[in-house]
Write a new protein. Sequence first.
Length: 379
Amino acid sequence: MKRNLLAIAIPALLIAGTANASIEVWNKDGNKVDFYGRVYALNYITDRDNQTGEGDKTTARLGMSGQTQVTDSVTGYGRWEYEANTGKNADNETRYAFAGLNFGDFGSFDYGRNDGVLKTLTSYTDVLPEFGGDASNNDLYALTDRTKAVATYRNSDLFGLVNGLRFAVQYADNGDNSSTSHFKKARNDKRNSAEAWGSVVDWDVLDTGLSVGAGYAQTGGHKDAKAWSAGIKYDNDNLYLAALYIQGKQKYGWGNASTTRSADDLKTKGYEFVAQYGIDFEVGRLTPSVAYIQHKVKDASNYSSDAGLKGNDLAKYVDVGLTYDFNKNLQAIIDYKINLLDKDDIGARRALYEDSSFTKSQIKGTTKDTVALGLIYQF
């Protein structure tokens, strides 16, 4: 999603939420509370009737962020955010719910439902008008998106010694289906989700607009999943460029996982590249974007029921999009996903895994292009 709609990594900005459009409802005696929200009217259009994933994707989101001054150098903060979906098979989600303490140059600590530590890097390329974010596919890479029960320590400016040099360490004591359930100790034991831990470092290089970062995450449990990632971005004036590399490894495939079954390591890797340029008008701002996304698995035909598959790509597409900001509260988007998957790629079949059975026609449908049209109102 667009950068100013992303969950923001460092605590100072987490407190602010979507500060560019939030409503301050309380600010007195060192206590501050903001509310923010958005309505995202969205539809996916394809060239194939009844394709998996097409149709209405409208969502509504409401959040609250607050802070309280404990001492001159210690601030308490918290954030809560909830999203409701209105499309087919609509469900609701508590996106964020955490609280913590910020100790200034000594860093911050918080606990609750929050972003996985590697989201710091995956957010470099997760800036497309609608699509993108494939590196946050959590059954491939641990701690790349939101998860519950995470304890996170973050430090900005390396204890006040180096401007823009940040690092974070994180521990998840009971991952859920948004981050680590795919790596749990036993496939059908929902009470026994995998623990996870990770760290990340990134640096805004002087005042050049250039940022670089690297991170690592690992789960416990029999899958012993690991993820490595590195990213680079350039954000200066109207130009935004970013690239991400991520690699994952786990002991078992997506299906047939058990504590007694042996299997070769499942290895995945991904590449994401994004370019955007902002054009200001007398009224509003237009931001064209183009991206290339590819994630693949080694030897796809060796896993689960995928014997005979010829293609190793999990996701492969070119994305061309436009975002028009009327003002800070209203945006319109159009995003065209040019799908490069073949029907024999593992990614085409995995899109249908939730169905008990599927046909060759359905598999072919997951290789079609998709256009997203949306209008966003936020406050």
